[in-house]
Design a protein around this ligand. Structure first.
Ligand SMILES: [Zn+2]
Ligand SMILES: [Zn+2]
Length: 266
């Protein structure tokens, strides 16, 4: 009889659809972080870029670990530094086989670290790039649902993921109808009734899970106050299983299949 491994005892295969492994907070111990992810059953990860140098770095990182994919793009917080020449640079990076998406892009009118006008310009340019490359978008929306919907409608491109979903029902319904996927992070586990109801209302074949690590630690005693990392996705996975009345294994399989379909991973 084969010996049962202590690692990943329930043999889940989990896809973390959004994190930032090139963040400086992972520099001291990335190998250990990746080992813990593996032990927790996280076998595939999309590591998301914030700007041009980071896009190059994420590609290099993907070459070091199996099951690691990346997006290339410019975060709305960095939109003040966006120049139109950046699009050509991002386009050149899309040749790399690990590049599965454009982003993260979108609009963040909550923090407004870049001007609204610059965020919109960078968002529009990245939508057109995604369209040209036939890649999904990784979209960040904060306090900007109507502006983001209007821009996406204008460009008539509805392929990708609304990441770290925390918005209202209206955006969720619109996104599902258009064909987007919706990704829930640790903030779902905060138990906000509105968000739980939205998660219940979305067809299961459109739901993804993510950590957004090193940010957004899920609210559990076990990990509170620490840096977030992909292995903690189990907290969100278990919570989603509970509210959807499915098993963690079913949620892992469904969200992994969804991520692979959305990111066109064969
Ligand atoms: Zn984001
Ligand atoms: Zn992010």
């Amino acid at each position: 009889m084969p010996r049962k491994s202590k690692e990943n005892p329930d043999s889940l295969l989990i896809f973390d659809s959004h994190c930032h492994l090139t963040d400086f907070q992972f520099a001291p111990d990335l190998n250990a972080v990746m080992r813990r992810a593996q032990q927790a059953g996280v076998r595939e990860i999309l590591t998301v870029s914030m700007n041009i140098p980071d896009s190059k770095e994420t590609i290099e990182l993907c070459q070091k670990f199996s099951g690691l994919y990346c997006s290339v793009g410019i975060h709305p917080h960095e939109a003040d530094n966006f120049r139109s020449i950046d699009i050509q640079m991002l386009k050149d990076l899309c040749i790399e086989p690990q590049v599965k998406a454009i982003g993260e892009t979108g609009l963040d009118f909550f923090r407004e670290f870049s001007t609204k006008a610059n965020q919109e310009t960078a968002f529009r340019a990245q939508i057109e790039l995604a369209k040209m490359m036939n890649l999904p978008l990784i979209i960040h929306i904060r306090d900007a649902a109507f502006a983001a919907m209007a821009i996406l409608e204008e460009h008539n491109y509805f392929k990708g993921i609304l990441h770290c979903f925390s918005d209202g029902r209206k955006l969720a319904e619109w996104a599902v109808e258009k064909g987007f996927y919706i990704s829930f992070s640790g903030n779902l586990t905060f138990g906000e009734k509105r968000l739980v109801e939205i998660a219940r209302s979305i067809p299961v074949d459109r739901i993804l899970i993510e950590t957004d690590a090193p940010y957004l630690i899920p609210r559990t005693e076990l990990v509170v106050g620490k840096r977030n990392e992909p292995s903690y996705i189990r907290v969100t996975l278990n919570y989603l299983a509970e509210i959807l009345n499915l098993t963690p294994k079913e949620i892992a399989t469904i969200t992994r299949d969804n991520a692979r379909r959305c990111l066109q991973i064969a």
